[in-house]
Design a binder for this molecule. Structure first.
Ligand code: SF4
Length: 312
């Protein structure tokens, strides 16, 4: 546990909240922003209909709903997060759709507009690996001189079969190329992963941990597969249901997965948390907070911590 600098307050893995606290000397929250982007997997450039699990409403916070501009969304988000958590510093988080999918001038103007807010201390940008040309990386590298920049890239799976099943409309080679180039530009990258795909065995999923260890990533977001309303996956699941993680199964699985990860990773997320109104399955009857507490307990009782399974 000594090699995990951000594993505090009962956590057996490095948490993003502890990392931000150490970095900025106080609690920092992300403000989700909608830059009115679309996605090449929706507009026909790469595909139509999007990834089979995707419904952007499931990760759009209510505080930005109906607010047209970035300044208005920032004001509303910051007000909400101040009242709820008392935070004074914030990261502008371009979250909805593919946030590098626009002309470079427009992208830079949007990012800089958010960074102009005096309480914003960093930028987070979520995107697909095939929307990341060197022009975007150059902009992010330039911003990175003055602000913390965190680029989030959807890896989702190391299997081309799974990527095809999800209708991602890109392959693993594309992901690896994007990660390699982002590293060359010196940008901190988060990798998104989906665990529990019906196209993968438990062994395959656990092997993903070792593959992640070999990549130039600083942060990780782990998601269990959820069936979200109004998605192609919801229709597929209704016609041909398949097993999803139960609460207890995922608890044990993600604990084992974390134990396989190298100790340098910082975990930004260990499960999906779509709003109840969007969620079809699995219905766990436990909150995200309860899961995180149960994970702490499970890892403590089973003497597991991030990286322990790499020590033998
Ligand atoms: S998950 Fe991301 S890449 Fe896939 S359709 Fe949705 S916005 Fe596009």
């Amino acid at each position: 546990m000594n090699s995990l600098p951000y594993a505090r307050r009962g956590f057996h893995y490095n948490t993003y909240s502890c990392y931000l606290e150490d970095r900025f000397g106080e609690r920092v929250q992300r403000v989700s922003l909608d830059g009115a982007f679309t996605c090449p997997n929706r507009d026909g450039t790469r595909g139509n209909g999007g990834c089979i699990y995707c419904n952007n409403l499931s990760f759009s916070p209510p505080y930005s709903a109906g607010k047209p501009g970035i300044p208005e969304q920032l004001e509303a988000g910051i007000r909400f997060l101040k009242e709820r958590f008392g935070s004074q510093k914030f990261i502008a988080y371009f979250q909805s759709y593919s946030n590098t999918y626009a002309p470079l001038k427009k992208l830079e103007a949007l990012y800089r507009q958010a960074l102009d807010h005096p309480e914003i201390v960093g930028l987070a940008v979520s995107t697909r690996p095939d929307c990341l040309d060197n022009g975007v990386l150059e902009i992010l590298k330039d911003i990175n001189k003055d602000y913390d920049v965190n680029l989030e890239i959807g890896i989702e799976s190391f299997s081309d079969t799974s990527l095809h099943w999800m209708n991602r409309c890109h392959d693993l080679a594309c992901t690896l190329d994007a990660l390699e180039r982002a590293a060359i530009f010196g940008i901190d990258v988060s990798g998104h992963m989906i665990l529990g795909l019906p196209t993968e065995t438990r062994k395959q999923m656990l092997e993903s941990a070792e593959k992640l260890n070999a990549l130039p990533l600083k942060f990780l977001k782990l998601h269990h597969l959820q069936i979200i309303r109004d998605t192609p996956l919801a229709q597929h699941y209704a016609e041909k249901p398949f097993p999803l993680f139960t609460y207890e199964e995922y608890l044990a699985f993600v604990a084992e997965f974390i134990a396989l990860l190298r100790p340098e990773f910082i975990l930004q997320r260990v499960l999906s948390s779509s709003p109840d109104s969007c969620l079809i399955a699995p219905l766990w009857q436990h909150t995200t907070t309860a899961f995180v507490m149960d994970l702490q307990k499970y890892m403590r009782e089973n003497k597991l911590y991030q990286g322990i399974c790499r020590e033998f």
